[in-house]
Design a protein around this ligand. Structure first.
Ligand code: AHR
Length: 306
């Protein structure tokens, strides 16, 4: 069944306040800050929710602990954005046994039992990686190029999917070679540190593919510190399209961005209301994303929400 059975009986129906426990990944990036704001601004008392929010600081054990405490509290609905893909079955079975429906936001879990969650709303990360790879292949891969990759958090859905999507898009172009690939954990500081290492270990870097804007912005710092010009000596392609990334794109330091929309709060609120009302909800809701070059970034920036 698409919707979680037993949820209406859990106390949220009939105009009562809906209690929601939300476990966030962390505060690793501009994207995450915008995502947290969207959720907190939407799941308000005014809108009929009582939200318990916790920040897991990018640690799965913190998230599991948070989920267990929401189960113990007996919230109406649990929502969370899983830091990594695997290792959730036990705690999700506990939620199911307690008849608390679980909504996945932003990131997926890897499970053989899809009845452990009622709905998953978020972007198609494989497609994001493919779009980045297609742009690199078609725009820069007309001659031999060396790419270094800054991966997101090891084991996370966006890191796994953006890597495989990019690889499949460049697979048929022998000009494009990924010469090094390492995690920068989705943060600006680790992006900078890893890029410093790449600049020392690699003789010839043409392109940086960063799994998010923040790591791309860290790479810009490392490239400039090495006396090189980002956007000229080394091109940078990223995913997210948060304001700082879009500004760097408008300034010519980043060359291309594939969007990942973080404003999931309003849709999440609707899903939760439907689940509590005992209505059928879609198992997978894919968020639509755009792509930006310099011109599009300049046009979008003045009205950009995040
Ligand atoms: O899960 C979404 C990713 O997580 C964003 O692209 C990245 O910036 C964030 O840390």
């Amino acid at each position: 069944p698409a919707a979680g059975g037993g949820s209406a009986a859990a106390g949220g129906g009939g105009g009562d306040t809906i209690t929601v426990g939300f476990s966030q990944v962390g505060a690793e990036s501009g994207w995450r800050a915008a995502n947290t704001k969207s959720i907190q601004d939407t799941l308000t008392e005014e809108n009929g929710f009582q939200l318990s929010f916790s920040d897991a600081q990018q640690k799965q054990e913190n998230q599991i602990q948070a989920l267990r405490s929401y189960i113990a509290q007996g919230v109406d609905v649990i929502a969370f954005s899983p830091v990594v893909e695997t290792g959730w079955d036990a705690v999700l079975e506990e939620a199911k046994a307690a008849e608390i429906p679980v909504v996945l936001t932003d990131r997926a879990v890897d499970t053989a039992d899809e009845s452990l969650y009622v709905s998953f709303i978020g972007s198609d990360f494989v497609l994001e990686g493919e779009r980045a790879g297609t742009w690199v292949s078609e725009t820069l891969g007309t001659e031999p190029i060396n790419v270094v990759e800054l991966q997101g958090t090891t084991g996370s859905a966006p890191a796994n999917d953006r890597k495989s999507g990019f690889e499949s898009a460049i697979a048929d172009n022998p000009n494009v070679t990924v010469v090094a690939s390492q995690t920068g954990n989705f943060t600006r500081s680790e992006g900078r540190t890893v890029m410093e290492g790449f600049l020392q270990s690699q003789d010839d870097i043409d392109v940086v593919y960063a799994h998010n804007d923040d790591m791309g912005l860290g790479a810009i710092e490392a490239i400039e510190a090495a006396g090189l010009v980002p956007g000229e000596d080394i091109k940078i392609v990223t995913i997210d399209a948060v304001k700082d990334g879009m500004q760097a794109l408008a300034d010519g330091k980043i060359s291309y961005i594939v969007e990942c929309n973080p404003l999931l709060g309003p849709d999440l609120a609707e899903i939760i209301k439907s689940v509590v009302a005992g209505e059928e909800v879609e198992k997978r809701i894919v968020v639509e994303d755009q792509e930006f070059d310099q011109e599009a970034a300049i046009e979008a920036l003045p009205t950009r929400e995040y």
